[in-house]
Write a protein that binds this ligand. Sequence first.
Ligand code: FAD
Length: 493
Amino acid sequence: MKGYRSIFWHRRDLRFEDNVGLSQASKIRQHLTGVYVLDPKLLDLELTTSKSKNWFLGKSLLELQNNWERIGSRLLILKGDPIKLIPRLSELINISSIFWNESIEPYEKYRDNKVKQKLIKNNQQIYTFIDQLMIDPGKIRTNNNEPYRVYGPFYKKWLDVIYKTKLSSNNLMQSFTISDRLVDLNDAELSSIKDSNLKYCVNNPGDDINNLLLENKFEGEKICPCRPGEHASKKQLSLFINNGPIISYEKGRDIPSKSATSSLSAALSLGTISCRAAWNGAQITKSLATNKYQLDSINTWIKELAWREFYQNALINFPELEKGPYRIKWFNFPWQNRLDWYESWINGLTGIPIVDAAMRQLKQSGWMHNRCRMIVASFLVKDLLIDWKWGENYFMKALVDGDLASNNGGWQWSASSGMDPKPMRIFNPFRQASKFDPNGIYIRKWLPELAHISTPDLLTGEIAPLERKYYPSPIINHKHQQAIFKELYSNLI
Ligand SMILES: Cc1cc2nc3c(=O)[nH]c(=O)nc-3n(C[C@H](O)[C@H](O)[C@H](O)COP(=O)(O)OP(=O)(O)OC[C@H]3O[C@@H](n4cnc5c(N)ncnc54)[C@H](O)[C@@H]3O)c2cc1C
């Protein structure tokens, strides 16, 4: 006979508030224990993550663990392959049911299916929920029941479904709260774990998280704009929406020297805040807006939330995006892939000030402004002629908010290899700098060695050798590289 214990498996929902699956689980099961698995596949610093993201994860888990203890239960931290560990734990404490919020990435979906198969064999009940996205992806289809490939029509449909399903209601979040005190593992359950090879997760709670933080010492933790944990994420959202930068987002969002965006990307990716909380915050601010510019600004921010969902839907419907370009002719592009140029790009030493400032911001703080992500991505692909997959991989190894769907979407958009209908988008880094950092404030902040250079020279990158000292001269000529890129592209079949 099955026991009365249930578990809630946290994955990208490291919070208590407005957590759809956790709220449902706590409503029907009092004997509820939380679980998080530190999965080496998702913690791989060479392929899937960064020190900054692991720092964000570790700090957020420590807070989550406290939250579980506060309501009388606990969060178990397991380390290893979830396909083995979740069924093993379920067996040890003889659970009746397990709850989780659905994931969208190809590996995560594979993992969940494998876990499901094992649990079903053991007659354990599985309850899954949509939490990571505002709308069930199955509901966002064209009239021909096909997935959307273009953002504009996707956005219209997304809004339509949200309004029709009354998801826009401000009361929405209140229905997903944890109501009761929960009941912790009893002595018998604890000793079954203690007698097993999972004993460390009850004997030394928190050790694995602390080890994760120690192994991933992130130098930029003080300056990273994304703050870990549910509490900090809520505060960050509140500062952004309560008469904050959201009401002037329309213009502010493009100025990298300003803190004019929410910096909630890591929180939304690891789920220390819900997408509904972000949406609701925007709706409340909208109801208080006093002029059209404010309204436009708030709507523009909502459109960014929709970009996030667009890319997640894209990855669900076209999982092959993970492996390479959506437009197959890009498979034949003759990348030049010069390692020395790639290294210069990574280290912010290309001699193009706006590119280098952005790459240093990423290296030092774990985050980069969206305008600059577009500039450096275009530069890598269309000036340095380096495969965008290299850039995509480096971003995952450096970003605090590295997220397969958004990162892949952003890179395919910049490379013109994705679903975007505008195939030939090329950024001129000097024009971008003049438009979005006209006084060189951002460049000077991240390239202090150029602080003394006049603004016009900073923006054009034409700095006299004596003035530039150790800062390199440009490694390429933009015009020349553009010509080569266009030629190579036009020869693609
Ligand atoms: C080459 C490239 C790579 C990128 N890689 C990532 C990534 O790994 N993870 C990531 O979260 N975003 C990525 N983005 C999108 C975007 O740059 C970041 O989401 C944004 O800069 C985060 O800052 P913010 O939280 O202040 O955003 P805000 O401007 O406050 O926007 C609010 C939220 O909307 C979402 N969002 C905003 N812009 C986009 C966008 N273009 N695509 C998808 N979602 C968006 C994010 O969740 C963001 O937190 C990438 C963009 C490019 C061009």
